[in-house]
Write a protein that binds this ligand. Structure first.
Ligand code: WTA
Length: 660
């Protein structure tokens, strides 16, 4: 995160009281009610969580124990209970007025709108689940989903959990190599994909990446590839392995008996970057995950029967899991699902869609807000002021720190100073919101994610686990387990313990972010403390990009750091030592392009370095350690004021300060 942002959040003094119209009818209304709930959860956590789980979830076998901490930090929630997630998102609504309510308003890239009611969605999930079952999918199997934003993606995920199949969704922007690694790591028996996807007026292929991924080896367990026809383009076909989705579903019954699973059964595995080269498969449970997704949907978004909710995330990220596929459906909400991009046909698309669908709760990322601010400045026609946004009540932000200026623009230009801005801090690993203002409770401070939700005990500690006083920056930790928490790094319990529950902190959950609390108890997130970058709200491990770079035949050594960026939050800067002379001029440009394309192929276009710098060497201490702090200074274009006396080869700093 940029130093500019840190500076401005630390001097931020503005406070905006919650809007009275929102407080009155809020699901959680008033500071007193919030504090009472926090107190109740603190006093008797088992009673608190047990009551929530009994009231909010439908169990096929009720639990008798709330939390089993005997194998901490592997916590087991509601361990002897059984349920089915798709029953909790769909069947539950069938006998109620919600059944005929619109569940999904799908808007395609080209603007075409499709509506699906809860009853229809239930039928489609049953048909899909029967199709999967006919291919032999059963409880405990893992299925990879590599689909564009679509009703089918949501149906596919729900169909998996209906059968007790664990899904692992891979974002459509990841390369075949990344896809291959995930298929292998998760041991998938089936892949669900599409021929292609429609984005920004273009048709982009998707299936070739699956074909390539499967050809890379290690995927022998994959028996079938199910292909949703979206673009209608030519596709290479592997007879016997590939199945068209429409053929698979033809003639399937719209009734499908849900398979009850134990509360702790892995509902999904979602890969995210960590501080080593290999992405982590974050494993979530069933009951605890859904409970937390539902509780937070109700609290943070204050969902009411007539709300129209819109989360702009892709289902390939945790935000799409918790706040498209699970939370809103379990809450019986109507939600907008969007296939396209915010800038097509122009950068007014989000505002136009809010107007068209009367969206009342809108949830997006700071990087989108910042790029739409820029667009509105350069093309006044797409400024939100030209759209009717009266339907909005709550506007949310997620994925990275939102700088106070972007917050103010969002609050005034989009929210028209009468909406709650919920700056939600959470992670793939937390399953749902952890720190956030609540619409009916919290006075808002631009740039702060405010306070923990009831049941969440957050703190800022030093590296020995000692709690720090207000005004001191340190490590953000969560002191008590909560139902939505990560259960394991798939297949690697050792990494799970080391990454999230390091011994020196004494058993608390380590988020990997630095933060500080102010005198009012508000949290301010300062950015990651590990080697993880946040580019446009996407987590990227520097080691991941480095190992991809050194896999290139020409590269001898590479170091990757982040540089603050006005739009994307951080940008990737790569320092590269080639196995040959340092290239210059046109040749350097050409090699830079080659390496960028290589990264797109190895990881995905989101990981492409913004800036590549070639040098004869990297700045190292005499003991051979790469001085990353120095590289960060060089990447920002600032002059080096750090002590470079321990540096083996100070002269190369000049070389590395020149961008290609
Ligand atoms: C960052 C996304 C500041 C943080 C849900 C965290 C944030 C990482 C915020 C998780 C926020 C997310 N303010 N920083 N409101 N929300 N982050 O796993 O660094 O993709 O650790 O989950 O994003 O990213 P992830």
């Amino acid at each position: 995160m940029s130093n500019g942002v840190i500076q401005s959040v630390l001097t931020e003094k503005r406070v905006f009281p919650p809007f009275p119209g929102l407080v009155e009818n809020a699901n959680l209304s008033g500071m007193q009610a919030y504090e009472a709930l926090c107190e109740q959860a603190r006093r008797d956590p088992d009673a608190f969580w047990g009551q929530q789980a009994r009231e909010l979830l439908v169990w096929s076998k009720p639990f008798t124990q709330v939390l089993d901490a005997s194998q901490a930090p592997t916590y087991r929630w509601f361990p002897d209970g059984e349920l089915n997630l798709s029953v909790n998102c769909l069947d539950k609504h069938l006998g109620t007025p919600t059944a005929d309510k619109t569940a999904i308003v799908f808007e395609a890239d080209d603007g075409q709108v499709t509506r699906v009611s809860y009853r229809e969605l239930h039928a489609r999930v049953c048909v899909f689940a029967n199709g999967l079952a006919s291919l032999g999918c059963k409880k405990g199997d893992r299925v990879i989903i590599y689909l564009p934003m679509s009703i089918e993606a949501i149906v596919a995920m729900q169909a998996c959990v209906r059968l007790g199949v664990t899904h692992s969704v891979v974002f459509g922007g990841f390369s075949s190599k990344s896809l291959n690694e995930r298929i292998v790591d998760v041991g998938a028996s089936l892949v669900i994909t599409a021929d292609g996807q429609c984005r920004g007026g273009r048709k982009l292929p998707l299936k070739p990446a699956v074909d390539d991924a499967l050809a890379m080896g290690g995927c022998d367990a994959v028996r079938k590839v199910v292909v949703y026809q979206r673009t209608g383009g030519e596709v290479a076909w592997n007879e016997g392995r590939d199945v068209w989705l429409h053929d698979l579903l033809a003639g399937q019954s719209d009734q499908c008996e849900p398979v009850p699973v134990e509360a702790e059964h892995p509902s999904f595995i979602l890969y995210t970057s960590g501080s080593t080269g290999k992405p982590k498969g974050v494993q979530h449970a069933s009951a605890g995950f859904l409970l937390w997704a539902l509780m937070t949907t109700r609290w943070t978004f204050d969902i009411k029967p007539d709300d129209v909710f819109w989360c702009t995330a892709d289902v390939g990220w945790i935000t799409g899991h918790s706040y498209i596929v699970y939370g809103p459906l379990a809450a019986g909400a109507t939600q907008v699902v969007f296939e396209g991009v915010p800038t097509y046909p122009n950068a007014g698309r989000f505002w136009e869609m809010i107007q068209r669908h009367h969206v009342s709760v809108f949830y997006t990322a700071p990087t989108a807000i910042r790029s739409l601010i820029k667009a509105a400045e350069s093309t006044p026609d797409v400024h939100p002021r030209h759209y009717t946004l009266d339907s909005l009540r709550i506007i949310g932000s997620v994925g990275e720190p939102i700088n106070p200026e972007a917050w103010m623009w969002y609050y005034t230009q989009v929210g028209r100073e009468r909406c709650a801005v919920v700056d939600t801090w959470w992670q793939t690993e937390t399953g749902g919101h952890m720190l956030t203002p609540l619409p009916g409770v919290t006075p808002m401070k631009p740039g702060s994610c405010a306070m923990p939700l009831p049941g969440i005990e957050a703190a800022v500690v030093d590296e020995h686990g000692k709690e720090l006083e207000a005004g001191h920056g340190g490590l953000l930790v969560i002191k008590r387990p909560w139902p939505g928490m990560i259960r394991n790094v798939w297949g690697d319990p050792e990494r799970f313990r080391k990454s999230y529950f390091p011994e020196e902190l004494g058993g608390v959950y380590l988020a990997g972010d630095s933060a500080q609390k102010d005198a009012d108890g508000y949290f301010w997130i300062m950015g990651r403390v590990d080697d993880v970058l946040n580019v446009s709200g996407h987590r990227l491990g520097t080691m991941e990009v480095e190992s991809a770079l050194v896999a290139h035949p020409l590269v001898a050594e590479a170091a990757v750091v982040g540089r603050p960026d006005d739009t994307t939050g951080e940008a990737v800067v790569a320092f590269v030592v080639l196995k040959r002379d340092v290239p210059e001029g046109a040749e350097a440009v050409e090699l830079g392009k080659q390496l960028r394309d290589w990264i797109a192929k190895e990881i995905g276009p989101i990981a492409k370095p913004r800036d590549i710098r070639f040098g004869e060497n990297l700045p190292k201490t005499r003991s051979g350690k790469i001085m990353r702090r120095l590289l960060r200074t060089v990447a920002k274009g600032e002059s080096v004021t750090q002590d470079v006396s321990t540096l083996e080869n100070p002269a190369i700093l000049d070389q590395l300060s020149k961008s290609v």
